[in-house]
Design a protein around this ligand. Structure first.
Ligand code: ZN
Length: 176
């Protein structure tokens, strides 16, 4: 096309919004799933969950952002490389919680007992460690980390925390 005297070939990848050069303005969501093993109990639960037991937890981290359209870039066509999404969640949630006992600070009997086990990996929470509370806690940990690393380019939208394959809780942006 002729534009201000210059001949330019139309390239849809150059459709840009101000301040977002090289990105398709239509955002997409991507999700990375990670798994870990941990113990917990829900002390006031009326049934089985009051006992000390463990789960193979899964956590799914969903981020939204524009798709990179820079030709030849390593992340062309992506919102973000999945390995980069993983790295932050792995370091700040999965590794600290993996093979730990997830305990409510108010669960005095268990907290006192675990304190007697030398070097035991215990993570203390401000509420009973339900899937809902773990999802909410993971969201609060991860949200500022993705924001500080990627600025406006990537935004944490949801953390889904599976306690079992059939039971999960979602912490979504705007809910907390
Ligand atoms: Zn449980």
């Amino acid at each position: 096309m002729d534009f201000q005297g210059k001949n330019e070939v139309f390239d849809p990848r150059k459709c840009r919004r101000p301040g977002a050069r090289g990105y398709n303005p239509a955002p997409m969501r991507i999700t990375r799933r990670l798994e870990f093993d941990a113990g917990h109990r829900i002390p006031n639960h009326g049934s089985q969950c009051r006992h000390l037991h463990g789960h193979r937890y899964a956590i799914e981290i969903t981020l939204s952002g524009p798709v990179v359209t820079i030709a030849g870039a390593a992340d062309e066509g992506m919102v973000m490389d999945f390995s980069e999404v993983k790295a932050i969640a792995q370091q700040h949630v999965v590794e600290p919680w993996d093979h730990a006992f997830l305990a409510w600070r108010g669960d005095q009997a268990v907290v006192a007992f675990l304190a007697t086990v030398t070097g035991h990996k215990t993570v203390l929470f401000d509420a009973p460690p339900t899937a809902e509370h773990l999802a909410q806690t993971a969201f609060r940990i991860l949200d500022p980390l993705y924001r500080s690393r990627y600025g406006a380019k990537l935004e944490l939208q949801q953390v889904r925390l599976y306690e079992t394959p059939n039971c999960w809780a979602d912490a979504r942006r705007g809910d907390t």
